[in-house]
Design a protein. Structure first.
Length: 132
């Protein structure tokens, strides 16, 4: 169909927007763990795992938002989300809608996609490509 063919030219921009918006949401999860911002009714206890997750989410989210080291960061964060799902959510219930793990699954697979697809438009990763 011609409409869909014409939309294909905007793939890099759509991928860049997906990366940025996902990263902004992820930064929020990290900042809530580390700084209780935005404030939560039940702040996270800063155990070793929670602190590590918060650091990965906050700093990894910033790197992804900037589109810097997108592929290795996305791979690392996809792994973090898989581990988070199976450690924190899956033991509660089999179904993600019941165990609260649907966001972890979505983050995991968006990050996995970014690992394969790259950063898209609006990324610092593209600086070298612009010089060549």
């Amino acid at each position: 169909m011609k409409l869909f063919e014409s939309l294909a030219q905007y793939r890099p921009q759509a991928l860049g927007i997906l990366r940025i918006m996902t990263a902004l949401q992820f930064i929020e999860h990290g900042s809530q763990k580390l700084f209780n911002f935005p404030a939560s009714a039940e702040p996270h206890a800063l155990t070793g795992l929670t602190t590590a997750a918060g650091i990965l989410e906050f700093s990894g989210g910033i790197l992804l938002a900037l589109g810097l080291f997108t592929r290795p960061v996305a791979f690392l964060l996809a792994g973090e989300m898989a581990i988070a799902y199976f450690m924190a959510h899956f033991p509660r219930d089999f179904f993600p809608a019941n165990n609260g793990g649907d966001a972890a699954i979505l983050f995991c697979f968006v990050f996995l996609y970014l690992f394969f697809a790259g950063s898209g438009a609006f990324a610092l990763d593209n600086r070298e490509n612009a010089k060549a």
